[in-house]
Write a protein of this length. Structure first.
Ligand SMILES: [Zn+2]
Length: 503
């Protein structure tokens, strides 16, 4: 899961390849670390002037329509295509559900029950008309019924589909985000009815100058469901190369051109929310029994919340351009991972717990045994875990500096100021402090410590910003009803009782 470190230490390496064009295709050599080797090959190819076709491999492939959406697969597509976070998608779904336009969204099933078979064609037809598909350009009856209707794969709820109301949804006020989600769900329902996407994949290997060159291409035989999907969500990928006349083995072809290409190796990619949701869904799956019903981290209904919580607590952050946001571990997140015992980090532990909870639900496992197991594990962890070296410095990025004068919780030093650790409490002393600026002073950790223990601190050499006069004063700290700090000033050398108070 922790991709950051690995990406950060990655150093792009240059490499060179030779590309030759012959018979209408452009084939590429292997990568060379040194430029000279690639140049030598280029020279050889130019001298030889032709290539020999060694192998031609043609494979026919078919891609079935994707299954209907459960919440996680919808959140993934909405993140990839629309740039929504998992939480946003869940919220929009909830709203669409309340407006009776989609079925219950917190589901982990991607199937419908068999008794729905008779209503679905009408529903699909209604959705197609709603989104302007032309009659005859789509099927509203599924080709493969078992890819849609399977009661054994429906648990508490079935897959997310539009409701009949979609046909007259024009009268219902929807935000543009809600419209986008509704469309995604409706288009998916339509795609499920269509034929497979079928194509051939051609791999050609040719030789020249002791080296092998390869080319891969694709010829589409039938667009099937992709016809509809791509008309709504065009793929960004560049067009696959295709070829009209496929050469046969042992053929010798003249080289039309040969050239050198320089490239750089690229680091592994950061997680997008789409990728993270997928990783959460399958995390630890390899350690789980095959028939385990609950695999991965969290459930469809809780995954969005888990990601948001990690962001709120500052363990991960969203970074990146408009639509494509990457989730990256913060220093605090990396520190936490570094100090946590291995056992707790393992997704298989969570998956194992989920599995046992499910067994309890079915009456196959005793709650007491489960709790005893957890107690034993925790006791064991506490006894055996040693505090790792450097933990203090790693975790002390948020050093405790004192106790909150408002609520008594710890006050932590963070990058921008000293914050009360109680999230309900608004006590904050900003490092870039306006009040201190007004009196010509800077707030320091020593001042904060003193203020937190004594609720006052004496300041020498304060400067009136208007008159330029300097003076000494005692600063008094109090808090407002919500915990926000309030300063007042007392002048020890004046005998006017409470002194002059200013906010
Ligand atoms: Zn507080």
């Amino acid at each position: 899961m922790n991709q950051n470190t690995h990406i950060e230490v990655f150093k792009p390496e240059p490499f060179w390849t030779v590309q030759i064009s012959a018979g209408g295709i452009t084939a590429t050599s292997r990568r060379f670390q040194g430029r000279e080797n690639a140049e030598e090959l280029l020279q050889q190819c130019k001298e030889e002037g032709n290539v020999m076709i060694k192998t031609v491999e043609i494979k026919e492939k078919a891609e079935r329509p994707p299954l209907l959406y459960d919440l996680t697969s919808l959140q993934r597509d909405a993140n990839r295509i629309l740039g929504f976070t998992a939480q946003q998608t869940l919220d929009y779904c909830q709203s669409l559900y309340e407006k009776k336009l989609i079925t219950y969204p917190r589901t982990d099933s991607r199937y419908l029950t068999e008794d729905m078979q008779h209503t679905i064609p009408d529903l699909a037809y209604g959705a197609a008309t709603q989104y302007g598909l032309q009659e005859g350009r789509f099927r509203s009856e599924p080709i493969r019924k078992d890819a849609i209707f399977d009661s054994s794969k429906v648990t508490d709820h079935y897959a997310i589909i539009p409701t009949k109301s979609i046909s007259d949804s024009d009268g219902i006020t929807l935000s543009s985000a809600e419209k986008a989600i509704l469309q995604l769900i409706a288009v998916r329902l339509l795609c499920v009815m269509q034929e497979d996407y079928r194509y051939t994949e051609t791999g050609i290997k040719m030789s020249c100058g002791r080296e092998e060159f390869s080319w891969k291409g694709k010829n589409v035989l039938q667009y099937g469901w992709k016809q509809i999907w791509n008309s709504f969500y065009p793929e960004k990928k560049r067009d696959e190369e295709h070829i009209d006349a496929i050469p046969s083995e042992d053929m010798i072809l003249d080289i039309d051109s040969a050239e050198l290409n320089e490239g750089r190796t690229s680091p592994p990619k950061h997680f997008t929310e789409d990728m993270l949701l997928s990783a959460m869904e399958t995390a630890g799956a390899e350690d789980m029994p095959e028939d385990a019903e609950r695999k991965g981290l969290g459930t469809p209904a809780t995954r969005a919340g888990i990601i948001e919580k990690l962001i709120q607590r500052g363990y991960i952050e969203r970074k990146g351009e408009k639509k494509t946001k990457y989730l990256m571990a913060t220093d605090k997140g990396n520190a936490l991972i570094a100090v946590m015992p291995e056992q707790i980090k393992s997704p298989s532990m969570t998956a194992e717990w989920e599995q046992k909870l499910l067994q309890i639900e079915r009456g196959e496992y005793e709650p007491k045994d489960f709790m005893d197991g957890i107690k034993g594990m925790i006791t064991n962890l506490v006894m055996t875990s040693k505090q790792e070296k450097g933990v203090e410095t790693l975790m002390n990025r948020n050093k405790v500096i004192g106790i909150c004068p408002h609520c008594g919780a710890e006050v932590l030093e963070k990058q921008k100021g000293w914050f009360c650790s109680n999230h309900e409490c608004r006590f904050i002393l900003w490092k870039d402090n306006a009040y201190f600026a007004k009196i010509g002073k800077r707030i320091t950790p020593e001042i904060v410590e003193k203020l937190l223990t004594d609720k006052e601190v004496s300041m020498k050499g304060c400067k009136n910003q208007k008159t330029g006069k300097t003076y000494d004063a005692d600063l008094l700290l109090s808090t407002e009803a919500d915990g926000r700090p309030q300063f007042a000033m007392k002048f020890p050398d004046r005998k006017e009782g409470g002194g002059k108070w200013q906010k």
